[in-house]
Ligand binder design. Structure first.
Ligand code: ATP
Length: 629
């Protein structure tokens, strides 16, 4: 009810048909969003804005989306913003005429370069008024900045920023600087954008057909949301989706967009289990299969019809240049006589010892270079363990049951020992056999088992109960490790003096866009860990907690000595979860938060961004399965 459009002032008047959209209008919308705490209202504001854009300048919608989520293209373009404070301070000084010392002092006080840029600007009167910024100019400039490398790039970047800053008015400078830092953080992520997109596209269709777009049947809106979310999980590219929706109608998206080699899909994920009996309970009377769970790096391998090969990470980033060895060998993995022009294969790339013919630990894989890898320089060899085939010769297979997909995969591809193998599997039924297979997997240097329902389709992006993970190391614990974001630090004492000796951790809530505190941790770190983490964190210190941190302000336990930008993700092990009044994870559900008891640091998850942490919902689920709620 709260959502009735007439109750909310969501309109940002000012868009004019076929005229370039002014950056100030987008920033006005950002400002509204930032002042709003209700997720539903935020989505309503964004959807209204998109609707206006669709009516006046539909070709700008994709640019607007990227500017709103602080990206420069799809994740697999690997183009990132994240300029350092030194460069930004220099640019602010140059454009405002204020001294570095003043800006630095202000920054120390407020921790917000965006607001400093805004207030510094408004103090400066200009001789003549520069042309206002348009969204296209800003986007083009941001891209140019992100793409420029090399020694001369520094002054080029400053030049572009200074030019843009001199055209900024009001809140524009604030949002521009934050975008350049890669810290726009107005609480918009893919999830909200997709919902807003569904509603605005549907309203636009209604309007074009002369129907009342203020009275759309809610079930049709839900259908549009579902179709947009589903297709985005399969084809993570806004441009492709918006184009298809405009051409075929948003309610016909599913029939018109599907997997495309060259565009990564969001991988299917598994749910943790604590015991073999749990698997038998969950999969009783159904056929399932047990596969080795390899401990490497997920690799989604795409062969395109033009012969190109692309490899994408768990987070849809393009990591093709990391694996020239795999690209060179891929054609050998296709069975002779089989016609394979294109494919999408799901697999795990694992470090491999070619002399002793065995899997090497995950840590060895991480020593491989990540950029500009040359074939001749490769020291750590990999073996790819394929476990699913998602698309073959441009035909999507994800809707077929797993046993069929596996059969098609094995029928078209062949093993090259030590380079390309299928995940070892057994179709087992009783506890003893599964236990033995689990033990064997550990002897063979795996993490445990993946248990998959034979009849299950491939569910992109879903943490599905049709895939269960059984990690040997965590069977006594809660079944899995937890990935949390480092939000604060405590000054170390004794041996740890001069470094951080403990950390406040939290998890990202994708529904609210907030970080909810989960626990304090000081165990499991080596001296080297403390030193390297302190070094990494020092540049991310902020003078105040972010407005989107949920923590108990009155409790010293959850008020660290220093706050950090959300940046590093720690993988944590815990014996169990318990309710605690001090922390905020899951507090909406239980009144108290769910916290980790005796948490231990395992390692940094540098393949995960802060928004990929374990979610509050997952932690609630782990807690509930532990107390059998
Ligand atoms: P999350 O915690 O978000 O589930 P994660 O990256 O921490 O993800 P795990 O939970 O440990 O990963 O387990 C799922 C991962 O296991 C997959 O993403 C994949 O990389 C890896 N994996 C290894 N072997 C298999 C297999 N046979 N089938 C599916 N995934 C496998």
């Amino acid at each position: 009810k709260e959502l009735a459009a007439d109750k909310i002032d969501t309109k940002v008047a000012g868009l004019e048909k076929s005229k370039p959209i002014l950056y100030s209008l987008l920033c006005k919308t950002f400002d509204k969003i930032e002042q709003e705490s209700s997720r539903l209202k935020i989505i309503e504001i964004v959807s209204e804005f998109f609707f206006e854009v669709l009516q006046n300048s539909p070709e700008s919608l994709v640019t607007i989306i990227y500017l709103s989520i602080n990206k420069l293209g799809p994740d697999y373009d690997n183009l990132e913003l994240g300029l350092g404070e030194t460069l930004l301070i220099k640019s602010i000084c140059e454009s405002t005429g204020r001294s570095t010392a003043t800006i630095k002092a202000n920054y120390k006080e407020t921790g917000d370069l965006g607001s400093i840029a805004q207030t510094s600007r408004s103090r400066q009167s200009l001789m003549f008024k520069p042309k206002p910024l348009t969204i296209e100019t800003v986007f083009k400039n941001l891209k140019e900045i992100a793409e420029s490398t090399g020694s001369a790039s520094q002054s080029k970047k400053i030049g572009i920023i200074v030019r843009m800053l001199s055209s900024c008015n009001g809140v524009e400078a604030k949002f521009l600087i934050r975008s350049l830092e890669g810290k726009l953080r107005i609480g918009l992520a893919d999830k909200s954008i997709l919902l807003a997109l569904a509603k605005s596209l549907l309203s636009f269709e209604y309007q074009k057909q002369g129907k009342n777009y203020n009275k759309i049947d809610p079930s049709l809106i839900s259908d549009a949301e579902l179709q947009i979310k589903d297709t985005f999980n399969q084809v993570s590219n806004y441009e492709v989706i918006i184009k298809a929706a405009m051409e075929h109608g948003v309610l016909n998206l599913k029939d018109n967009v599907s997997l495309q080699p060259g565009i990564p899909l969001k991988p299917m994920l598994a749910k943790p289990t604590k015991a073999i009996t749990e698997i038998l309970d969950k999969f009783s009377n159904t056929n399932f299969t047990c596969e080795y769970k390899y401990d490497g790096e997920r690799a989604q391998i795409h062969l395109l019809s033009d012969g190109k090969v692309k490899i994408y990470s768990r987070n849809s980033e393009d990591m093709t240049e990391r694996y020239p060895d795999l690209i060179q060998a891929l054609s050998n993995f296709i069975k002779p006589g089989k016609s394979v022009k294109s494919l999408i294969l799901d697999s795990e790339a694992v470090a491999w010892d070619r002399v002793d013919k065995k899997i090497l630990p995950f840590q060895v894989l991480t020593t491989r270079k990540r950029k500009d890898v040359k074939l001749e320089d490769i020291k750590v060899q990999i073996c790819v363990f394929a476990f699913d085939l998602l698309c073959l010769n441009d035909e999507p297979l994800i809707h077929k049951p797993f046993n069929e997909r596996r059969a098609i995969m094995m029928d078209h591809l062949q093993i090259t020992p030590g380079q390309f193998q299928f995940a070892t599997y057994k179709n087992l039924e009783n506890i003893e056999e599964i236990q033995q297979f689990l033990d064997q997997s550990i002897k063979d240097s795996c993490e445990g088992l993946m248990i998959k329902l034979m009849s299950s389709t491939y569910e992109p992006s879903q943490r599905s109960s049709n895939w269960l993970k059984l990690k040997k190391d965590y069977l006594q614990d809660i079944g899995d490790s937890i990935d949390l974001v480092c939000l604060g630090g405590y000054h170390g004492k004794g041996k740890r003096t001069g470094k951080y000796g403990g950390f406040l951790l939290g998890c990202y809530n994708p529904d609210s866009g907030e970080y909810e505190t989960t626990c304090k941790i000081g165990t499991g770190f080596s001296d080297e860990d403390f030193a390297s983490l302190s070094e990494k964190l020092v540049g991310t210190v902020i003078s105040q907690p972010k407005t989107y941190y949920r923590y108990d302000k009155d409790n010293s336990k959850s008020s660290p000595d220093v706050w950090f930008e959300p940046n590093l993700v720690f993988e944590i092990r815990t014996a169990d979860l318990s309710l605690s009044p001090v922390y905020k994870t899951g507090a909406d559900k239980y009144g108290k938060g769910i916290s980790l008891r005796f948490p231990r640091f395992i390692r940094l998850r540098d393949d995960k961004g802060p928004e990929d942490s374990t979610s509050p919902d997952q932690i609630i689920e782990l807690y509930e399965s532990q107390v059998n709620i």
